[in-house]
Design a protein around this ligand. Sequence first.
Ligand SMILES: [Zn+2]
Length: 269
Amino acid sequence: MRWNEITSLEFEEGVKKCEGVCLLSLGVIERHGDHLPMGIDYMKAYDFADMASKLEPAIVFPPFYIGSVTAAAFEPGTFALDIPLFLKVLDATCAEIARNGLKKIILVNAHGGNIVPIQTFLKMQLDSRRDYVVYQCSHSFGPKAAAAKGRLYKETGTDPMKEHGGAYETAVGLYLYPEMTKMDKILPPEAGADNPRLTNVLGLDVTTPIDWNAKHLVHLSGYGGDSTVEHGKEICKCIAEDIAETIRKVKKDNLSLALMKEFFDKANK
Ligand SMILES: [Zn+2]
């Protein structure tokens, strides 16, 4: 059930039908090689959430394209707000969703750079009292998606750790956004290979703010030239099923909010 496509009256009924569960998809706008649309992260996050809501009812918040993407700020078209502002907008968005009666908010994230800020965001939930729970849907979504992605990596001989504009996103692009996925523009495998210039100096135990940029010369990780629409279709189906399973679990959960209330009472917050 898409929040922006229903009437106010239908929304009220929808909150009850969906048992107060809202899906908030997260992604960004940044370069994804030369063959994928810059919005693929936020678009696919929304489409995954939308597909899942058809398997297990939930209200789907409109596409959300503010995220942590500062490392790509040098690429034309990147929309990079500061990370503290992203977290502030995300917090205000969750509060507004909850004010409308949706007290269980599941974050469906499809951008790697958001993973760490989201973990911080979850910790921030205990900073002040709130009457709702924010759940983080695993970035890998779940076991079905992991298996489908595993088959893709095996069949294309690609590295699962290299996924920015690589095999997985190209497969998803071919299935969900065929007219925007330009396989004739795909960059060669060397373009998405890791460059060890900084690890040669610091090793693997020392990290810096510029690691990603040092490693990825053209802001690309991986190669999608062997991905197919069939891979994309299977992966999307599995991701939707995994998210639907998360929605079912969240609907059954009455403990998280009770524990948060107990925490705020004890902490005098
Ligand atoms: Zn991406």
